[in-house]
Write a protein that binds this ligand. Structure first.
Ligand code: C2E
Ligand code: CA
Ligand code: CA
Ligand code: CA
Length: 279
């Protein structure tokens, strides 16, 4: 740490100092990232466990800054949420993902569904629904080919406006899923009241299903719960053949994870699609 003047006490540790410095650097760089075109989307396949076909993909943001290098979402999404920048970034993600999906469909690659992460800040923005509608109109993407991933934290505060908003989103014809299911404030009451289509089982449960009987039981229960509520269920973070076998045996509908593919740049995702479809 730098020596401060003799009457100055250092009340922070060097580690904290570095951390807050980095935060400030990321925050100011983030303000220019959109206009400088520093974001790209990667796409991770979602695979039907019955047919083995790629039926969709999750769009995941990547940020390449000229000096900071590749900054992972874990280091900037939180800052983008705190500063409100996530609203503009999220709108860019939705537009780019929908346009890309439409382009792949127009190229004859099939009717895929693209999943986009929605942060709490976007959820409470007044123009969310008209914004989604505008993206669908402008890109020409069939609404059934868009899925928005929500987290349970969205429902923690005031439930009534959330239900109303979700119904307005559903009225557009899009799909809604609950991301990281089981890790947050899970309540059975919202599952029956909210117009949800898909549960995404969090990867922390999937991780240990072949070693931990409790996690295996939780995963089996989530799958049964989803099906009893007539929801579809997708497992995240599938990394091994053993995990896949268990999930298939339990009747899980879809999977996403490194075992099948990491998130890929658009051109590599397209290559993979062409290969798998024999195009
Ligand atoms: P998430 O929504 O839960 O996304 C899944 C994360 O798990 C991704 O990390 C993905 O790369 C990773 N993953 C996928 N399969 C596996 C696997 O088999 N094993 C392991 N260990 N990891 C796997 P990523 O891309 O670093 O994103 C991290 C988080 O950042 C996301 O978690 C999401 O919460 C957030 N995020 C990413 N893109 C966006 C975005 O466009 N908007 C918003 N609001 N958040 C985003
Ligand atoms: Ca997600
Ligand atoms: Ca997740
Ligand atoms: Ca997450």
């Amino acid at each position: 740490a730098k020596k401060l003047g003799r009457n100055n006490f250092q009340f922070y540790t060097p580690a904290m100092n570095e951390e807050s410095l980095e935060r400030v650097r990321i925050e100011s760089a983030l303000r220019n990232a959109l206009e400088r075109n520093e974001f790209v989307l990667h796409y991770q396949p979602q695979v039907d466990l019955q047919t083995g076909r790629i039926v969709g993909m999750e769009a995941l943001i990547r940020w390449k800054h000229p000096e900071l290098g590749m900054v992972p979402p874990s280091r900037f999404i939180g800052i983008a949420e705190d500063t409100g920048l996530i609203v503009a970034i999220g709108a860019w993600v939705m537009r780019t993902a929908c346009a890309q999906n439409k382009a792949w469909q127009d190229a004859g690659l099939g009717k895929l569904r693209v999943a986009v992460n929605l942060s709490a800040r976007q959820f409470s923005a007044a123009d969310l629904v008209p914004g989604i509608e505008a993206v669908l109109n402008d890109t020409g993407l069939d609404p059934s080919c868009l899925e928005l991933e929500l987290t349970e934290s969205l429902f923690m505060s005031d439930v009534t406006p959330a239900v109303e908003l979700l119904h307005r989103m559903k009225a557009l014809g899009i799909n809604l899923s609950i991301d990281d299911f089981g890790t947050g404030y899970s309540s059975f009451s919202y599952l029956s009241r909210f117009p949800i289509d898909v549960l995404k089982i969090d990867r922390s449960f999937v991780n240990d299903i072949t070693h931990d009987a409790n996690d295996a039981a939780i995963v089996a229960s989530i799958i049964a719960l989803a099906h009893n509520l007539r929801l579809s269920v997708i497992a995240e973070g599938v990394e091994t053949a053993e995990q896949l076998d268990y999930l298939r045996h339990q009747g899980c509908d879809e999977m996403q994870g490194y075992y099948f593919s990491k998130p890929l740049p658009a051109n590599e995702f397209e290559q993979l699609l062409r290969q798998r479809r024999g195009l």
